[in-house]
Design a protein around this ligand. Structure first.
Ligand code: ACO
Length: 426
């Protein structure tokens, strides 16, 4: 067993060095506080492995993303979202029979309790759909109490299936509610992606045929967003789950975290930014703003905590954007602005030095807009796709015999102990 040595205050401390299958070695500091009476300091957890996991691996320097060992590019080309869900949840690609059974089980959990429609009606029509999702997904715990016992592996599985199956239904309902159109029930003869498009875009008064191009693009977008190891929202799900809270509440916590523009909200922010830039001529002005330390503006869809190279998902997404725009014959104006922005930024010393590359959100907004989704739905789609990753990570944590409640410590820099001063003496 390899050990690292720390010398402090005339004493030597041994720290075990742990090794995973891939990725950097990890220093075991679990007994650090007991042994040394010191904490480690790591705001934003840039150097901290918060758990052991077998699900997803990222090499940010090389731009590699693996789901259970399989490169995302191969899955994007050869697999589909249902297979990826099975892979993330159970660790292996399914056999034909396993896949058929899984697709059947997910399909037959897509309907939501009818009373949930009343819950929806409590929201204002102009509510952001992410606000609705945070509320409604958390509220599933009130509707599905028969799968909220986390100590029972069968209930955990049913809750996981319910979440993956019902997210498209709830996401489509959030969209329908804001447009004032009636909710559309799921259809069991459609694929996961096609059913979501059907529930989002069809109306009861006419037939709606799901375009195979859009179905394929939707499935691809779901696959690319399915998991991304211990990002902010996944860590939030794990932290919420570490108190043994029910899975519906934990996923609602993940959705809340994903909402922010530094995380899942970036695709919405990126599209707004591209619209604001408007023409290729204005790109230098925005690049200059992004580089100005006194200007809070950042190029949305650029940079990543882990990737210091191309986000492999951005490459797949860029190709898919071109195909979708061509197929739909949609004006690719914003796509051209994005391509030019990417080209200029990648040649700029500031972005090169700071290793800022396009991330998955840079092109996803363009495709989603072309497909007809309003901007406010973008992060909802991310949450829908990421639910399988969240629930797989949650399931892994709950099944781990050495789980512990998450409880970070702090470096306290507030006032020392002082006596209370009565109000007339302040
Ligand atoms: N535009 C301009 N400068 C940037 C950008 C950007 N998009 N991103 C980082 N920088 C600069 C920072 O100003 C900082 O400069 P400094 O060292 O001179 O202070 C340096 O690069 C490092 O930035 P940090 O914020 O410290 O890096 P961190 O790893 O904490 O942040 C993050 C990563 C939040 C994604 C950041 O790059 C960002 O804000 N990007 C834009 C938002 C975005 O696209 N988010 C989506 C992330 S992917 C996802 O959630 C699916």
């Amino acid at each position: 067993m390899t050990k690292a040595k720390l010398s402090y205050g005339g004493k030597d401390y041994d720290l075990e060095v742990m090794e995973g299958t891939l990725g950097p070695k990890v220093l075991d500091v679990r007994k650090f506080y007991t042994d040394t009476n010191m904490f480690t300091f790591d705001p934003g957890y840039t150097s901290t492995a918060s758990c052991e996991s077998k699900i997803t691996f990222i090499d940010g320097e090389k731009g590699i993303l693996l789901y259970r060992g399989y490169p995302i590019e191969q899955l994007a080309e050869k697999s589909d979202f249902m297979e990826v869900c099975y892979l993330l949840m159970f660790g292996e690609l399914p056999t034909r029979e396993e896949k058929d059974q899984f697709v059947h089980d997910i399909t037959y959990h897509t309907m939501v309790h009818e009373q949930i429609t009343f819950f929806f009606r409590g929201f204002r029509r102009d509510a952001h759909p992410m606000a609705i999702m945070v509320g409604v997904v958390g509220a599933l715990a009130a509707f599905y109490r028969d799968s909220a016992d986390i100590t029972d592996p069968h209930q955990r599985k049913i809750a996981s299936y319910r979440l993956v199956a019902k997210m498209p239904t709830l996401a489509a309902m959030a969209h329908k509610y804001s447009t004032g159109q009636p909710f559309i029930y799921p259809r069991n003869d459609l694929s996961y992606a096609a059913n979501f498009l059907h529930m989002t875009f069809s109306v009861p008064c006419e037939d709606y045929v799901v375009s195979p191009t859009l179905e394929k693009a939707m499935d691809l977008i779901f696959m690319l967003h399915a998991d991304h190891e211990q990002n902010a929202s996944t860590s939030t799900v794990r932290l919420a789950g570490s108190s043994l809270a029910n899975p519906f509440a934990c996923i609602a916590a993940g959705i809340a975290c994903l909402w922010g523009p530094a995380h899942g909200g970036a695709n919405e922010a990126c599209l707004r930014m591209l619209g604001e830039i408007g023409t290729k001529k204005r790109i230098p002005e925005f690049i200059a703003r992004a580089k100005d330390a006194n200007d809070p503006f950042r190029l949305m869809g650029f940079g990543h905590r882990v990737y210091k190279n191309f986000d492999p998902r951005a490459k797949v997404m860029s190709k898919a954007a071109r195909e979708v725009l061509d197929e739909l014959g949609v004006d690719g104006h914003l796509f051209e602005v994005a391509r030019e922005l990417e080209r200029i930024a990648l040649e700029d010393d500031y972005f090169i030095e700071k290793k800022l590359y396009p991330n998955v959100d840079f092109y996803s907004g363009i495709i989603l807009k072309a497909m007809g989704f309003p901007t406010e739905m973008f992060t909802v789609l991310f949450a829908l796709a990421r639910t399988v990753g969240w629930i797989s990570q949650w399931g892994e944590m709950i099944a781990d015999p050495v789980k512990k409640i998450g409880r970070p410590r702090q470096l306290y820099t507030g006032p020392g102990m002082r006596d209370y001063v009565s109000i007339d003496k302040r």
